[in-house]
Design a binder for this molecule. Structure first.
Ligand SMILES: [Zn+2]
Length: 286
């Protein structure tokens, strides 16, 4: 059995209307039409995500603000029933640094409670809204019993984070794997570069995967249904999934399962030896 070289998760953030609420609360002047687009993000594009994951055939991770999940309970239940993981993404997408200590703690605790009571799942990990951690976030991750945080924008190597109260894995994302960077033109929100054509976006993702494959580590996308699954870019996600699956030594999983696998390796992460990992090296796709 060959070693696991890359652990991949094609994760999505479904911000939906919570993003609009948060930006307004922060006093951001929103472009016309963005609210309609975010409404479709949590409905028709959410449905496209369910279709994409059905084709992928492997459980993956989705980060949803608690308010957005509550607004779309049927879709969230379909996601969970298909075996996918829901991760914490703030109560209403406000950056943690904009909250006071009690407010941030309450967002964690209330979200854990809502997902347990209303959706029957335990939140095992998180991605901070807008990647924004506060100084208090690590303690809240540990207190909430989460095993990973996927907020760091770094390269490919996971890092064990430890505090007096315990620890968790930082499973990094990569700046080139955030679809906003290539596919969104919203100057008022700071995205003023022209949108890249789909073929060029796919090229960026494949090149980034090639670097990850050469170095070994975690390949984690930060995609959004209204961006990556819109008509202009439809097909990019499937093409990248096919490309990745064509490599040996790649395991697709949820980020929670990725954290568990890293725990099972016992000791510092060493992508080259993959010792102690007994999963099949090459995934089988439905
Ligand atoms: Zn988000």
């Amino acid at each position: 059995m060959s070693a696991v070289r890359v652990r991949a998760c094609l994760s999505f953030d479904i911000d939906g209307l919570a993003l609009i609420r948060a930006k307004r609360a922060l006093g951001v002047d929103l472009p016309d039409g963005l609210a309609d687009l975010m409404q479709r993000d949590q409905t028709v594009y959410f449905d496209r995500l369910l279709g994409f994951y059905d084709r992928l055939g492997v459980p993956q991770s989705v980060f949803i603000p608690t308010l957005t999940a509550r607004a779309e309970p049927d879709r969230v239940h379909r996601l969970i029933d298909s075996g996918h993981e829901i991760g914490f993404h703030g109560w209403d997408h406000l950056p943690f640094a904009s909250l006071d200590a009690a407010g941030e703690r309450a967002e964690f605790q209330n979200s854990v409670d809502v997902f347990r009571a209303e959706f029957g799942v335990r939140l095992r990990g998180m991605r901070a809204p807008s990647y924004g951690l506060s100084d208090r976030t690590p303690e809240n991750v540990i207190a909430a019993g989460m095993t990973y945080d996927s907020s760091a924008v770094a390269e490919f190597l996971p890092q064990r984070m430890t505090r007096a109260a315990g620890g968790y894995w930082s499973l990094p994302t990569h700046a080139q794997l955030d679809d906003w960077a290539h596919c969104v033109h919203l100057p008022r929100l700071g995205y003023d570069r022209p949108m890249l054509p789909a073929a060029q976006v796919l090229r960026v993702y494949k090149d980034t995967f090639d670097r990850c494959y050469a170095e070994g580590g975690c390949f984690v996308t930060v995609w959004h249904p209204f961006v990556t699954l819109c008509d202009r870019y439809i097909g990019v996600a499937d093409a990248l999934a096919d490309y990745i699956a064509g490599h040996t030594g790649v395991v697709f999983s949820t980020l929670a399962d990725m954290a568990d696998a890293l725990d099972a390796q016992r000791g510092p992460y060493s992508p080259q030896d993959g010792a102690g990992i007994s999963q099949a090296a090459r995934i089988t796709r439905a």
